[in-house]
Every structure is written in C-alpha cells, then in structure tokens.
Design a protein around this ligand. Structure first.
Ligand SMILES: Cc1cc2nc3c(=O)[nH]c(=O)nc-3n(C[C@H](O)[C@H](O)[C@H](O)COP(=O)(O)OP(=O)(O)OC[C@H]3O[C@@H](n4cnc5c(N)ncnc54)[C@H](O)[C@@H]3O)c2cc1C
Ligand code: FES
Length: 321
C-alpha cells in the first residue's frame, strides 16, 4: 500500500505582474481566475503548487495600491533552491498557478496592546501586512527591519509609505545595525513581540524578550525554512498504538518512509515540516522536533509531532496511528 498524498483544495490564479524589488527578491501579483479570492488576515500565507509536484508557502502582502481581491507575494531567490523560489522567479504575466486557500499560523493579537515588529530579510512579507493592519486599527507599534545592506532590503519604499516614522531600518554593514536589546528596551513592556526572519534572529529576539520580562504568551514568530540538523541521525523505533506493530526507522529514513516501507498508509503533503498535514499524536517517547509549524509550547509538550521531518530522541516513540 502506498502513501496517500492529501491534495489541498487548489484555486487558480493568474499572474498579473512580476517585478524585481531587489537583485534577489521579486514581487508577484496574482488575480483569481473566475470567482473571488478568499479573504485573509495579516500573517497569513498561501501554498503555491510547483509544476513538478509539491508546494511552497508564501506570505500574503498587503502592498499599498494592490487592487481589491488580488494577492501579492514577495519571494527571495534561494541560491540552493530545490525548486520553489526558482519557479516563483520564473513566473511572468499571464501564467496560471495553483494556490491553496490562505492559512494563518502567525496571527496578530486583538487585545488592544501595542506591538513591536522585527523583520529580517525576506521575513518582512508577513510583517508588512501586520504594519498595515496595525495602522488601520490605529494601534501603537514600531517596525524594525534588518538586512545585510541597504540594497538587500525589499519593499522599503512601501514600508515608508505605510509606517512613516514608525519604521526603523537596520543594516549589518554600518552603525544602524539592529541592536535587539535596545529595540526591546524602547518598547512598552506590555507589547506583543513579532519576529520573522532567520533562525538566529528569531532565537535572539525571543531570548532577549524573555530576559526583559515580555511574557512568553506575547512572543510570536514564524520561521520560513527548517535548517539541516547538525546532529547525526540515529535509528529509532516507532510503535503504532492501534496494532502494537513496531517499525525501525533507519538513520537515512524519515518516519513516513519507514511506515511506507512497512505498508502503512498515512497522510502527508509538504514533507518539509511546514504544512501540518502529517501531524501525529505522541503517546509515549520524546520527539526530536525539526518542523517549522509547531509553536514552542506545542514542541515542549511532546504530545504531537510532524512525522515527515521530526525524529525521536528516545529509543522508541509510540504514535497514535
Ligand atoms: C509560513 C511560511 C511562509 C513563507 N513565506 C515566504 C515568503 O513570503 N517569501 C519567501 O521568499 N519565502 C517564504 N517562505 C519560504 C518558502 O516557502 C520556501 O521555503 C523558499 O522559497 C525556499 O524554497 P526553495 O524550494 O527555493 O528552496 P529550498 O529547496 O527549500 O532550499 C532553501 C534552503 O533551505 C535549505 N533547506 C530547506 N528545507 C530544508 C530541510 N527540511 N532540511 C534541511 N535544509 C533545508 C536548503 O538546503 C537551502 O539552503 C515561507 C515559508 C513558510 C513556512
Ligand atoms: S507533510 Fe507537511 S508537515 Fe509533514
């Protein structure tokens, strides 16, 4: 029995425009082919279907001047791309792409408290939409946008138009370099903290915010891409709760591959730890989480895991399968 791949509902969108924002970032504007585009809120993303199968998530941007019902994406070309960003950069006006309906794992709070937003590089895409929404609500906020140098930051003109003096730009190569401690020091202590960017930046903002007494429930982050684990993979066993069957997962296999080899059918889609479809309840054992979708609390609970990328720290893990 092979694996069942769960086909997400696909909406057809036509590319209206694709423009270079920097050397490595393009904006892509899409309009629905018939029907209307589903509504979305700041922090949401859509998954774009790739021609060879699979999909990649991209955050929706509320760019100023975007026509009603259109979607805008901002995509960084990854030098080591396995296809996603290369395909996105090849799109031109008139091309048709398949999109999943918007999903949101990075929602803005609605409790009336202020916000401090941190964007690193292409992590600016959901953060820009948050600034638009905070402006619309008339809520106090500050947006810190950091990158290697001035030329590498995309959407600066649009952010200046949205945020005016609430925007702080930081370049690694001069004195404006982001000082996370100073930025948090200047923020109201009851602020919600949002960060989207490289893993190191997310970890640094989270650690500094906790140190300064920002509540963990007011820290929100989204990581775009999992990083390769530096630990060598070890073999472990998976026990299926329904049948008691025990399956060995070799160091070079994922749990899904080991289950498939044993003739067990499970649902999955992205196989990159970013869609949440393969999520399984953990009954016993300690997962080694390698996904980008679970929150810190969910990871720490050890009650669920994404079996496409995550492994086990314990010799055996019992799954609710
Ligand atoms: C919720 C969400 C929103 C996103 N929004 C945006 C956005 O607005 N703009 C944008 O440009 N991107 C966004 N991304 C990232 C995007 O989905 C793709 O991951 C990105 O475009 C790179 O895809 P790729 O196929 O070109 O490159 P990949 O093949 O993914 O390669 C990129 C780099 O990551 C490494 N890598 C990737 N996955 C793994 C893994 N599982 N293990 C080890 N190494 C790995 C590769 O070696 C390479 O160095 C978002 C991701 C998520 C989860
Ligand atoms: S298949 Fe998407 S998170 Fe595992």
């Amino acid at each position: 029995m092979g694996l069942a791949r769960m086909a997400a509902e696909t909406l057809r969108f036509k590319v209206q425009a694709s423009s270079a924002e920097t050397q490595a970032v393009r904006s892509i504007v899409l309009a629905p082919e018939g029907g209307s585009a589903p509504a979305w809120e700041a922090g949401a993303h859509v998954r774009v279907a790739l021609p060879g199968g699979g999909s990649r998530p991209y955050s929706l941007m509320a760019l100023p001047g975007l026509p009603e019902g259109h979607y805008a994406l901002g995509v960084l070309r990854e030098e080591a791309s396995t296809g996603g960003s290369r395909f996105m950069h090849s799109l031109k006006a008139g091309d048709v792409v398949g999109l999943s309906p918007p999903a949101n794992n990075f929602k803005l709070h609605d409790d009336g408290l202020p916000a401090v937003l941190f964007a690193g590089g292409i992590g600016v895409t959901p953060i820009l939409s948050m600034a638009v929404e905070l402006e619309r609500r008339g809520m106090p906020y500050r947006l810190h946008y950091a990158g290697r140098m001035e030329a590498s930051l995309a959407f600066v003109a649009q952010l200046r138009a949205i945020c005016a003096d609430r925007l702080s730009l930081h370049y690694d190569n001069d004195a404006s370099r982001l000082d996370i401690a100073a930025a948090l020091n200047a923020a109201p202590r009851d602020a919600h903290v949002y960060v989207c960017g490289p893993k190191g930046m997310i970890e640094a903002v989270k650690a500094e915010a906790i140190r300064r007494g920002f509540g963990a429930d007011r820290l929100h982050y989204e990581l775009f891409t999992a990083e390769p684990s530096t630990d060598a993979n070890r073999a472990f066993e998976v026990e299926l709760r329904s049948s008691g069957q025990v399956i060995e997962v070799a160091p070079d296999q994922t749990i899904i591959q080991a289950l498939e080899q044993a003739g067990i059918e499970v649902l999955y889609d992205c196989q990159r730890g970013d869609c949440g479809i393969c999520q399984c309840a953990v009954i016993e054992g300690i997962p080694d989480h390698r996904d980008v979708i679970l929150s810190d609390d969910e990871k720490a609970s050890n009650k669920v895991m994404q079996i496409c990328v995550s492994r086990a720290k314990s010799a055996r893990i019992v799954l609710d399968l």
